[in-house]
Structures are given as C-alpha cells and as structure tokens.
Write a protein of this length. Structure first.
Length: 119
C-alpha cells in the first residue's frame, strides 16, 4: 500500500518537475487560495475551489501520462500521435477555462464591491 502511495507521489513530482504548465497551475492555485483566505470564503465556496483546482491538476497529470504513453508507443512523429497529444492538451485547456470561470463567479462580485466602495 505504501509503495503505491510513493509511486503516486513520484508521478506527481515528475509532472511538477517536467511540465511548466503544472507549475503555472500550482501558482494560480496558490493565488486563488490566498484570495479565498483574504475574502473569507464560505465553506461551500472553498469546496468548489478545491474541487476545481484538483480537477485542473488531475487533467494536467493525465495529459502528462498520455504524452509519455504516446511517446513510448510511437517514438517517431506520427500525425495521429500528434492529434492524441493535442486532444489531451485541449482537455487541460477546457478544465483551466472552467477554473477561470469558476474563479470569476466567486471572486468578481467581491472585487466589484471593493472597487465600487472606492477602496
């Protein structure tokens, strides 16, 4: 059981070390969590944000796994291999755009309230 947990952590750390976008997603998540703390979000809002962040990070991890599997099975360029990678990257984009929309729904009213009150 512990070996499986270690393998999972090794996979996460591999993704973080090798994928620039994972670092970008984690940086954005840290910013979102800071804003959540700053705005004193309610429990259900935290729940939505945590699930959204987890979804994006999982999508990036799946994308990395798919890219590695495609590279292993097709070491030379092949148009279908390229399409598989592009589709996986598109899935990450969909989750990231959904995360941005979720963040806007939660944080935009708070920012507007600050700006409307004149700081």
């Amino acid at each position: 059981m512990i070996n499986k947990f270690r393998a999972a952590l090794a996979g996460l750390f591999y993704t973080l070390r090798t994928q620039v976008n994972m670092g970008i997603h984690l940086t954005a998540a840290a910013g979102v969590f800071f804003l959540g703390y700053y705005f004193r979000l309610e429990g259900w809002e935290w729940g939505i944000l945590i699930l959204t962040v987890a979804f994006v990070l999982a999508a990036e991890t799946f994308n990395t796994a798919l890219e590695l599997a495609v590279n292993l099975s097709c070491p030379h360029y092949h148009p279908l291999a390229r399409k598989a990678k592009d589709v996986a990257a598109g899935a990450v984009l969909v989750t990231a755009l959904g995360a941005v929309a979720t963040g806007l729904l939660i944080f935009l009213p708070r920012f507007l309230q600050i700006f409307n009150s004149g700081f």
